[in-house]
Design a binder for this molecule. Structure first.
Ligand code: PMP
Length: 424
């Protein structure tokens, strides 16, 4: 494993999760857009990649590349070992009991679709119910609607309060003897709300209802321990946690995964194949048909090592502090309207177009003008149209922070918004 060691030597996170050293780990942050320094505040959509992740990907293609699990030859065995080591890194990172419970997917979306399709196939019938919340991303709504169309299940929606919190008084009333699953986001990608998922899981389990957690926006920002949460399924994406695109994870309790049918058919997920009868592989391979993105899996493992080395608690504390600074600075802008329960590393807002606050500057205009100043923010419905309906708006501008952001980034955003304000 000489090659792997050489790559890991590049994994030298800085002593402090703030400042120039850490930014240095992310080469893209030095680039300019429109001749201006890049201020990257679209981390909820995807994060930038540190050198160690880029190096690991390059090194795997340079030195190791071979298909996994298939070959007797040296490279294939080395690639397989790295792939399975990556699975172990993920297991340890989320504290799963076993690597059998860690399935590599393309991302959160595929992970949730996998559960909807296969858990739905095994355990749901017409009239059975799935509970979701009003603050879900489309990827935790539409897979259930597809199941609704296929099987006639019923979707029940837990509302949010005017403060952008889950309505925990309404939630208990949604359970019925027909409830088969509760699927809920850990952190809202729009409001920044951190849902009390431990309590929600306890409540659901008291009704014998398993829970799927969409952890796309939590795994990159806080410690997540699947055993402590006692969730039944948990999904996240590599690209939002400084890893490559095209790789994600589905964690599932073995007791459920064992009983669920395969998602896709093909190579690797089988035991024996004949035209008469095919048997399936053991976990987790039963759910990994075809050639997996083993290079991205390794990149993800290096990314998780990177954040683990810095410390998820430190990252959470740092981002909370920076989010609080951003919140306070943004709130001082005249006409500013921030959505959600309060300071968080995800800040969605609109800006009044007139002094009387009767209408907002269109979020797309605001985002486009900020872009010309070198500031990358997200605009639109953020794949959460039902939440936009609830808020009575079409979209927002969203600034979302990561561990390499600084107060200077926030100051640039505030200055940019003030400039746009003057133009209107
Ligand atoms: N859930 C949440 C809360 C998200 O923020 C996102 C990405 N914006 C997703 C799911 C989907 O993630 P991906 O596109 O990586 O599958």
């Amino acid at each position: 494993m000489k090659k792997q060691e050489s790559s890991r030597q590049n994994l030298t996170p800085p002593a402090e999760p703030e400042g120039i050293l850490l930014r240095d780990a992310f080469p893209i942050l030095t680039r300019k857009v429109y001749g201006k320094p890049l201020v990257y505040l679209d981390n909820g959509a995807t994060t930038q990649k540190p050198h160690c992740v880029i190096d690991a990907i390059t090194e795997e293609y340079l030195n190791v590349n071979a298909n996994v699990h298939r070959g007797v030859h040296y490279l294939s065995q080395e690639a397989t070992r790295l792939y399975e080591e990556a699975r172990e890194t993920v297991r340890a990172f989320i504290n799963a009991r076993s690597t059998s419970e860690v399935i590599f997917t393309r991302g959160t979306t595929e992970s949730i679709n996998l559960v909807a399709a296969t858990f739905g196939e095994a355990f749901m019938h017409e009239g059975d119910e799935v509970i979701v919340t009003e603050m879900e991303h489309h990827s935790n709504i539409v897979p259930w609607q597809l199941l609704q169309a296929r099987k006639g299940i019923v979707l029940k929606v837990c509302p949010i309060t005017d403060d952008g919190l889950l309505d925990l008084d309404a939630l208990p009333k949604l359970f019925s003897p027909r409830t088969r699953l509760l699927a809920c986001t850990h952190v809202s990608n729009v409001l920044g709300t951190v849902n009390p998922v431990r309590e929600i899981i306890q409540m659901a389990h008291a009704h014998d209802v398993p829970v799927l957690i969409d952890a796309a926006q939590s795994v990159p920002h806080m410690p997540v321990d699947v055993q402590a949460l006692d969730c039944d399924f948990l999904a996240f994406s590599g690209h939002k946690v400084y890893g490559p695109t095209g790789i994600g994870v589905l964690y599932g309790k073995e007791q459920w995964l064992d009983k669920m049918p395969p998602y896709m058919g093909g190579g690797e997920m089988i035991g024996k194949v004949s035209f008469e009868r095919t048997t399936f592989n053991v976990l987790p391979y039963k759910f990994e048909a075809g050639t997996p993105d083993y290079v991205a899996a390794r990149g993800l493992a290096v990314a998780l090592d990177f954040v683990r080395f810095i410390g998820m608690d430190r990252i959470a504390a740092f981002e909370h502090e920076l989010g609080t600074y951003a919140y306070e600075q943004l709130m001082q802008i005249e006409g500013m309207h921030i959505y959600g329960p309060g300071p968080s590393p995800v800040i969605s807002f609109n800006l009044a177009a007139h002094g009387d606050g009767s209408s907002f500057i269109h979020h797309l205009d605001l985002g486009t003008l900020l872009d010309r100043l070198g500031i990358a923010v997200r605009t639109g419905h953020h794949c959460a149209e039902p939440l936009m309906h609830r808020l009575g708006i079409e979209g927002t501008v969203r600034a979302s922070l990561a561990l390499y952001n600084t107060k200077d980034d926030i100051d640039a955003l505030v200055k940019g918004i003030n400039r746009v304000r003057q133009m209107f």
